[in-house]
Design a protein around this ligand. Sequence first.
Ligand SMILES: [Zn+2]
Length: 426
Amino acid sequence: MTAPAPLSRARIFAASLVLPLSAPPIRDGALLVRDGRIAAVGPLPEVERDNPDAEVRYFPRHTIIPGAVNTHAHLGFRRGDAPRGGSFSGWVRELVSRLPEKEAWTPEAARGSAREAVESGTTFITDSSPFGECLPQLVESGLAGIVFAEFFPFLFDTPGEAVDAIENAVFALREGLPPRVLVEMSVHAPYTVDPESSRLAATRTRERGDRLAIHLSESPEEIEFVREGTGGLESIFEAFGMRADWGGVGVSPVRYAGSVGLLGPATISAHLATGVSGEDMEILVRTGIAAAHCPRSNEYLGCGVSPVPEMLERGMRVGMGTDGLWSSPSMNLFEETLFAVKLHGLDGETGLKLATLYGAQALGVERETGSLESGKWADLAVVEVAPGEAGESPEMQVLEAAASGGVAATVVSGELLYDRLAEGAG
Ligand SMILES: [Zn+2]
């Protein structure tokens, strides 16, 4: 007879208010965590009574919410020396000119970006980086997440070689990953990846049931490139041997992306910020693609405003993304979301869901994270605010607090990755 496996010690996280988001708020609420997952959610006295052996961490005058799910970020940019904004093509041009010197500090930047995300309540992050170069720092951070490995076909002789190379890189990166980190492929953008490489990459990822990330309909220059083949993006990577001659197809970026097979339920598209027409919206809804909304980056780069309220109304999956620190002021996803809430006139509950549950749905990880429900991973943020019964919606108060540095603790898979109160006490 074999002895039963020892049960890992259960732990209770409790606070003045718990907002599960998939269920009504709970005053003096608690979460029971076992083996990294949520085993029960309810009022503290009940959860404590049923689990007398569990260690309790109570946060008075705080609110526990699901951790933020960042659906589009680039960890490898650093704070303080962003290329000038205002024009997308000008920004890309400066960025590309600085790629050679950037190599030296990319790992440090990725470490800093990930840490900033953790300390502002993020529990799941999506990085897009060339050939998945920021994977080590994402793993090191303890965050759950996905690294989308970007590839640039102009570095190869043929589309077939380019796609083989990125596939092999993705397969190699998947070896020995922690259980909650995934590696997938990204087709960077219509102006960097030619149609044949795009089509091949899309076909192969679809056949395997993999996810795919793209940047789409981000800037006026991208629209001009795809429609007319002009506008300054076609020669931007010239120093690296690229001259894009496949633009000028006379249609919108969304319609073009659909024509090369990039759109589908497993695809998440960053931005969709500029020139999304009624016809484009039909295509987006029909194909079931998800959107990563990065409004602060869009504003910095003069890229317009994504029609997010219409997307939500029409049932599209939309999550929030900070983008990277070269186009965005912070890695705080709640701050990004509060900006979107004000921009689009959304309510607090929609805002908090955009930052968490909707992001998880956009990435197809909603069975694992995004709300506080039994069976999901214990991914949560503890926010220094305790909304009363009256006044402004509790969700809006919590979002505002989390957006302005109010996150006191961050828990991923039941582990405290950040604990300001303990750090302060020590
Ligand atoms: Zn991006």
